[in-house]
Design a protein around this ligand. Structure first.
Ligand SMILES: C[S@@+](CC[C@H](N)C(=O)[O-])C[C@H]1O[C@@H](n2cnc3c(N)ncnc32)[C@H](O)[C@@H]1O
Length: 204
C-alpha cells in the first residue's frame, strides 16, 4: 500500500497534535507529511529499502529505523525483505500513531528518542535513519545509541542532507575507539539533485 493509498484509505488522523519542536508545517501533520514526503523523498526511501534487501540478511534479522516519521521506510524494507523484523521509532507520538494505523507483518512502531533507544545492547543487524538526524537535539548522543544497539558485524546508515551530516572526526570523537565512521557525501539514486549523503557506522 502506498502512502497515498493509506491516506485515502483510512482517512486523516484527527485529534490534538503534540508539538515537538518543529513549529508549524507538515511535520506537525502526519497525514500531510506522509503525502508530501512520499512524493519528495520516495527515491531515497526506495534506495534505503534496496540497500537493506541487498544485504540478504537471514529471516529474523533485525532492522531499526530511527526517526521513522510516518513509517514509510520500515514498510518498504518489510516489502523488499519480508523475513526481517523491522522496528521504527520516532520522538513524535502523533507520527507513531499514524504509522501504527497501517499494520504491516514484521513491523513495529514505538515512541522513543534517538538519544535513549529502548532496546538492549547489540539488538540490531542494521540501523537506518533518513532525513531525521538534523532534527536531533544531540546528534552524537543519538549516534552513540545507534552504535550501542548494533550487533557485532552490523552497520548503521544515517541518510541526511549532506551539509547536515556531522564531520567524521566529530562522530569518531563522540563514539570513541571501536567504531569505523565513514561519511559518503554523494549518493546516487536518492533524489534528482542528489543532496543526500550518509554516515556509515560499523563496530570495528
Ligand atoms: C523530516 S522527518 C523524517 C521522517 C522519515 N524518516 C522520512 O524520511 O520521511 C524527521 C523525523 O525525526 C523525528 N525526530 C526528531 N527528533 C528526534 C529524536 N530525538 N528521536 C527520534 N526521532 C526524532 C521527528 O519527529 C520526525 O518525525
Amino acid at each position: 500500500m502506498t502512502d497515498t493509498e493509506h491516506h485515502h484509505g483510512r482517512g486523516r488522523l484527527h485529534g490534538h497534535l503534540t508539538p515537538h519542536g518543529h513549529g508549524m508545517g507538515p511535520m506537525n501533520d502526519p497525514a500531510r507529511y506522509a503525502r508530501v514526503s512520499g512524493r519528495l523523498s520516495g527515491r531515497l526511501y526506495r534506495r534505503v529499502a534496496r540497500d537493506v534487501a541487498a544485504l540478504r540478511l537471514p529471516d529474523g534479522a533485525r532492522v531499526l529505523d530511527v526517526g521513522t516519521g510516518p513509517g514509510s521506510v520500515p514498510r518498504l524494507i518489510a516489502g523488499a525483505a519480508p523475513g526481517l523484523r523491522v522496528d521504527g521509532i520516532d520522538l513524535a507520538p502523533e507520527m507513531i500513531a499514524w504509522a501504527q494505523q497501517t499494520v504491516t507483518p514484521g513491523v513495529t512502531y514505538t515512541v522513543a528518542d534517538a538519544a535513549a533507544l529502548p532496546f538492549p545492547d547489540a539488538t540490531f543487524d542494521v540501523v537506518v535513519s533518513s532525513l531525521s538526524q538534523h532534527h536531533w537535539a544531540d546528534p552524537v548522543a543519538g549516534l552513540r545509541e545507534i552504535r550501542r544497539v548494533l550487533r557485532p558485524g552490523g552497520q548503521a546508515w544515517v541518510y541526511d542532507m549532506r551539509w547536515a551530516l556531522p564531520e567524521t572526526s566529530t562522530v569518531s570523537a563522540g563514539l570513541g575507539a571501536g567504531t569505523s565512521v565513514v561519511r559518503e557525501r554523494r549518493l546516487a539514486r536518492t533524489s534528482w539533485l542528489n543532496p543526500v549523503g550518509r554516515l556509515v557506522l560499523r563496530p570495528a
